[in-house]
Ligand binder design. Structure first.
Ligand SMILES: Nc1nc2c(ncn2[C@@H]2O[C@H](COP(=O)(O)OP(=O)(O)OP(=O)(O)O)[C@@H](O)[C@H]2O)c(=O)[nH]1
Ligand SMILES: [Mg+2]
Length: 339
């Protein structure tokens, strides 16, 4: 990865975006690297990111963003690979972002994923990228939505975000995706575990994988009875519970069908637009708060915050008045719009 001394001129960004849109995988990969590089507070990289995002903006909104989550070992990577094969058979261009929220490094699991994904290595209609989450804001890095933007603008019909369901990451992925697929498997904690993890609220589609093993029907029954307790308006989407054997691809055609059906439903009801606006809202907020925090660093507000904290702790000042003082220290945002 090259580290330029100054931001790339706008022309270079436009050229790269044009090449990405023409289907050049290297250009897509480069843009995602730029997105990742921008995470540490660096004015040079973040200025470049701004230029990239401005160039992409007119081209986003086409891709169906599918989040796929589930406990470690349920078969997410195997399922993703099988789903990619199914969607390719239907002529779709598919991108996969495999996010590892558990560590800032790409570990052994991701290496294993790469081998499994190797099936698609020579297919230009498939783009696969592993991203280590830096846990910048919450479990999933906020670079994820930016990477999705790159893939969307590059013309992929489906973008699959695959992440292991630990902690908050599955809730966050549901916030990023148009359609959230929750994967389960027999012998992995089953339904009770599911209820605990709060996955009953996030799934648009449930898939019981490893249906070749004993207990898959039991998991499905458990899930179905728990979902029956949920309060849903009669016209609401009822999350289907499918069964698959990801290793052989069995059941993946049904998964692809249901994904299409959900996408059509979201589009027709206007929910797609609402979900995307909600997502954009979160993104704007994250970027603005991040900028604010960084600007505090620049004007020495961290020291001021320490001082204010001491005074609040001593009962000398109330936290609201302290927050007002802190905000008053932040420099005003540039008035001229994006650079
Ligand atoms: N019997 C059976 N095994 C499967 C099936 N799908 C996946 N597996 C196996 O289950 C293991 C885990 O599969 P992965 O696809 O790596 O699961 P994962 O959810 O991506 O795992 P992590 O990335 O570690 O969270 C592998 O040994 C797979 O070969 C299936 O349908 N049936
Ligand atoms: Mg995996």
């Amino acid at each position: 990865m090259s580290r330029p001394a100054e931001p790339d001129p706008r022309g270079q960004v436009d050229d790269l975006v044009a090449r990405a849109r023409a289907g050049e995988a290297r250009a897509v990969g480069r843009l995602i690297s730029w997105v990742e590089d921008a995470t540490p507070a660096s004015p040079v990289f973040s200025q470049r990111l701004r230029a990239v995002m401005a160039a992409l903006a007119p081209h986003v909104g086409h891709a169906h963003v599918v989040g796929l989550t589930g406990a470690p070992g349920v078969g997410k990577s195997t399922s993703t690979s099988a789903l990619v094969r199914e969607l390719r058979g239907r002529g779709r261009r598919v991108a996969v972002l495999a996010i590892d929220p558990s560590s800032p490094f790409s570990g052994g699991a991701l290496l294993g994923d790469r081998i499994r994904m190797g099936d698609h290595a020579l297919d230009s209609g498939v783009f696969i990228r592993s991203m280590a989450s830096r846990g910048h804001l919450g479990g999933l890095s906020w670079t994820t939505p930016q990477a999705v933007r790159v893939l969307d603008a590059a013309g992929f019909d489906v973008v699959v975000i695959e992440t292991v369901g630990v902690g908050q990451s599955e809730v966050e992925i549901a916030g990023l995706a148009d359609t959230t697929v929750v994967l389960l498997a027999p012998g992995m904690g089953d339904g009770i575990q599911a209820a605990k993890a709060g996955i009953l609220e996030i799934g648009d589609v449930y898939v019981v994988n490893k249906a070749d093993r004993d207990g898959a029907d039991h998991v499905r029954r458990d899930l179905r009875s728990m979902m029956a307790l949920a309060d849903r308006p009669p016209e609401a989407w009822k999350p289907p519970i499918l069964k698959t054997v990801a290793q052989t691809g069995e059941g993946l055609a049904e998964v692809a069908d249901v994904l299409d059906r959900h996408h059509r439903r979201l589009t027709a009801s206007g929910e797609l637009v609402r979900r995307r606006a909600r997502r954009a809202r979160d993104e704007i907020e994250a970027i603005a708060l991040d900028d604010l925090r960084r600007s505090w660093g620049r004007v020495g507000t961290v020291e001021a915050l320490d001082g204010l904290a001491d005074r609040v702790a001593a009962g000398d000042l109330d936290p609201y008045a302290a927050a007002d003082q802190l905000l008053a220290l932040a420099p005003k945002p540039p008035g001229g719009g994006p650079a």
